[in-house]
Design a protein around this ligand. Structure first.
Ligand code: NAP
Length: 365
């Protein structure tokens, strides 16, 4: 099979580097175009990330020779598209929200689909926020988005905040089994790689916890409602439930966001053992269709009383599974549990690749 040539905007950053590493042997996609800020433009990719390659894996030599373009210059991507080197882009840009929104729209208007990790478009009513296991049908809004905006081949889809997938997939599995959740309280313990490059100063985070991450609690409380929402009259209408209250903390962990969740069901309340069975059986479209980036087991439950732990569990099943443990009754709501997901893989580049696989499966790429 001929691979689809893809581009990465923000290729030199924390998430961009994960795209480079994860796409190294991807059976469908081949990285041929990389772009970042004017600081990196004009350098070979290997030079641009020299001294700040974040990953433990060796640097992938296939990407090192590609010349980094200026992501603000859409004409470079258009030229690459004409040469057959960029059919669509993953966006992992970290710049102002207005600038990001305008730039991603410029790519889409130029006929280049954008699969974004940035938060800029998460609240745009005709842009779907996709988690392949939960709302793959939200891609149905793409033709409407293209029609209203007069975009020919281009479109924009985004993935949600990196802190929410660890409990969104378990919540969706329960709702599908007939047990929707009415409200929940979540406390997140989020890794420092979630803060991008150069990250949180070591003196702030070693031997410490920072009980504030700008904008994170609002995203954590609101984004699930759009993901659980429905397409009505050409826009995505938010679901009304669950009501969420979040406390988000930065902790001295390199990768892997952990969430402690207490929740209340609606009328029907499943037993603890029934919940474990629902989670063990759950499969979404990515599993049914065996997408290359999909974990075989999207929800892994660990029976040990002291799991999940970021260092031991974040990399399970390509770092794409959600790992849960400590499910037990709650003295205030119905149940409580601890959930973990890898923030720069499932929560960022891996989740973006899974979205691209979904879009290819649906015929949009
Ligand atoms: P990062 O490490 O700071 O990387 C930012 C990237 O954007 C770099 O490639 C940088 O290029 C580029 N950039 C910065 N300013 C630019 C400009 N003015 N014009 C063009 N390119 C510019 O950030 P990150 O952690 O990878 O995050 C990237 C995006 O993913 C963000 O929107 C973030 O919110 C989102 N996200 C991150 C995570 C995570 O766990 N880290 C999870 C989910 C979503 P230079 O290297 O040339 O400066």
């Amino acid at each position: 099979m001929t691979k689809i040539p893809v581009g990465i905007l923000g290729a030199t950053g924390m998430v961009g580097q994960n795209y480079i590493a994860l796409l190294k042997n991807h059976p469908w996609f081949d990285v041929r175009f990389v772009a970042a800020s004017p600081r990196s433009a004009g350098k070979k990719y290997a030079e641009a990330v020299a001294g700040r390659w974040q990953l433990v894996n060796p640097f992938p030599p296939h990407a090192g020779e590609i010349i980094v373009e200026d992501a603000n210059d859409v004409s470079r991507a258009i030229a690459a598209q004409r040469k057959g080197e960029c059919a669509f882009v993953f966006s992992a840009l970290e710049m102002g929200k207005d600038e990001t929104r305008a730039l991603e729209e410029a790519y889409a208007a130029a006929g280049i689909p954008v699969i974004s990790n940035a938060s800029a478009h998460r609240w745009t009513a005709d842009v779907p926020v996709l988690i392949g296991e939960i709302n793959p049908d939200h891609t149905d809004i793409i033709p409407e988005q293209q029609k209203v905006r007069r975009w020919n081949k281009g479109f924009i889809v985004v993935k949600p905040n990196c802190s929410i997938q660890s409990y969104m997939i378990p919540l969706h599995a329960l709702a599908q089994a007939g047990y929707p959740v009415k409200q929940l309280i979540v406390t997140t313990m989020q890794a420092i790689s979630g803060a991008g490059y150069p990250g949180v100063p070591s003196l702030d985070i070693i031997d410490n916890i920072v009980p504030y991450i700008g904008g994170e609690e609002e995203k954590t409380e609101m984004e699930p409602l759009k993901i659980f929402g429905t397409i009505t009259d050409g826009i995505i209408q938010n679901a009304e439930l669950p009501v969420i209250s979040a406390c988000c903390n930065r902790v001295p962990v390199i990768d892997g966001h952990t969430a402690c969740v207490s929740l209340e069901f609606g009328e029907k309340k499943p037993a603890i053992e029934a919940i474990k069975k629902i989670w063990a059986k759950f499969k979404g479209l990515p599993q049914e269709q065996k997408f290359p980036m999909a974990p075989k087991q999207p929800i892994i439950y660990r029976e040990e009383e002291n799991r999940p732990q970021p260092r031991k569990d974040r990399d399970l099943d390509k770092a794409m599974s959600v790992v849960i443990g400590r499910l037990r009754p709650c003295n205030v709501f119905d149940i409580r549990f601890t959930a973990l997901s890898h923030n720069t893989v499932r929560g960022a580049a891996g989740g973006g690749i899974l979205n691209a696989e979904l879009l290819k499966h649906k015929g949009y790429l």
